[in-house]
Design a protein around this ligand. Sequence first.
Ligand code: SRM
Ligand code: SF4
Length: 564
Amino acid sequence: MALKLSELEHIKEESRQLRGSIAEGLADPVTGAIGEADTKLLKFHGSYQQDDRDLREERRRQKLEPLYAFMLRARLPGGVVTPAQWLVFDRLATDYASSGLRITTRQTFQWHGILKGNLKPTIAAIHQTMASTIAACGDVLRNVVSTPLPMQSAAHAQAYAWAAKLSEELAPRTTAYHELWLDGEKLVGEPEPEPLYGRTYLPRKFKIGLAIPPLNDIDVFAQDLGLIAIEEDGELAGFNLAVGGGMGATHGDASTYPRLAEVIGFVTPEQLRDAAEQVIAIQRDWGDRSERKHARLKYTLDRRGTGVFKAELERRLGFGLQSARPFRFDHNGDRYGWLQGQDGRWHLTLHVESGRLLDRGEHRLLSGMRELARVHTGDFRLTCNQNVIVANVKAADRARIDAIVATHGLDGYRRQSAIRRHAIACVALPTCGLAMAESERYLPAILEKLEERLAHHGLLDAPILLRLSGCPNGCSRPYLGEIALVGRAPGRYDLRLGADFAGQRLNRIHRENVDEAAILATLDPLFERYAAERAPGEGFGDFLVRSGVLAPPPVRRIPAEVVA
Ligand code: SRM
Ligand code: SF4
């Protein structure tokens, strides 16, 4: 018996390729919102309707509608931004948004707090810079991420080219985006065909990420489709395919879980596009369209079996995947400061706490980046750890860049503790409608307390990977943190421990639903033992496993034979 389709499947089906009645909703002056069904379709155009949760109760008391505003997300494959684009994005943040520019964990920008009437001019301005917001959210292939550091080899430039190609060629084809936001011609008659996505798009979001070993700075095993670039003799030989990664879970529901992607084989560069398209197509056809909680590729794989999935992929492709090639990751964080690439150009990675570029006191990060964009002749790269790289700098320009960085307080990476430099926090309150606890706004406070404890044990230089999420959806990829706090309720978190430092082992719940005092009381003795008993170079997560504080990890999904 066919399962009942989820409500959203009907909304997509009847939307005339993502049009719905968004245009009418935008034109309605009576409310700051748009219709409920249209809010779902709007995501495919790159925007979420939100309301300020700090003001919800007060406005309810005053019998006012919630303070509706929209979050907008750009589609920036590989996180590459030109200085000219930066200046436009900055102006949009100043003119229309409420809280600066926000670098996301998928190396793009979000603007929060855009009022309904300002959505169209904002999207149009982004489009004029040759960027877009199409498919930045929704049940489609999202922004394709890739290792951003353009330094080590020719493979890095090729990686970006692949991220851009996949992002472009596998994007939705609907002209609804042009019609709604760019004054494109109105559709008359039947909507245009969507060759890959059809009328109902994918069962759920789909994410592709490309990593170049030994850097796993995009967390390749958290992607629906992870691409691990394999270099041989200095050339890009191809990609290992890793399928079925994902972080999202629901508290108390064991049928939902974070999962690492599994390596299923190797393809050459010429085979990559078709392989990626067919992985998406199988998920389109096999994914669960009745229960959105179970609709991601990771659940499709666990339901149907990875072997069955691989056989179907090879059948559709008409060729077999080659055996996966050896690879080794050593790190999933960013490398701060100046680094020189093979071509002699320089790249400066700056730390941006929680990715929030805003002017606060001496830390004038938004203004500082604007100044940099005015003089910089290379480009910028956003990272999946919410940071920014001033990339492709000529040696002669370094001093001028350094001066702007220092004047605006963007040089925190030089002074900060190692835990601060590596921490990631998701947005959470006040904009995220799903947040159960604070995350970005809580990070400074918890960091200060953790730093105090770490200093006490002489561990300020230990690069411990801390990740905070305001709910179990896992937007900061918390299940890959050596320490993670996952929000349960205001002031209460699950404390998770024991991931490694290369994004290859999930952590586990150590204490459930605890407050700050319990978190610190639990961590303090563990820091003490780590300081006294760690082996040289041993990460905190690895130490907790080796020393028996945590039980041995469950079987890893990354087969040992492909880890060089
Ligand atoms: Fe996320 C939903 C923010 C990366 C898993 N995510 C949301 C929403 C849109 C809340 C909502 O649905 O109403 C959040 C908007 C908050 C706000 O006010 O801005 C939100 N997610 C973010 C960002 C901005 C977090 C950040 O602090 O940077 C990241 C934007 C990425 C981007 O540019 O595209 C972000 N989200 C992620 C990641 C990390 C990644 O992709 O590497 C994950 C985990 C990986 C994964 O997808 O499994 C992630 N977000 C989710 C989920 C859980 C999905 C699931 O399979 O269960 C949701 C909830 C949902 O989709 O129903 C969600
Ligand atoms: Fe919101 Fe939860 Fe994602 Fe944080 S993890 S941004 S609280 S959905």
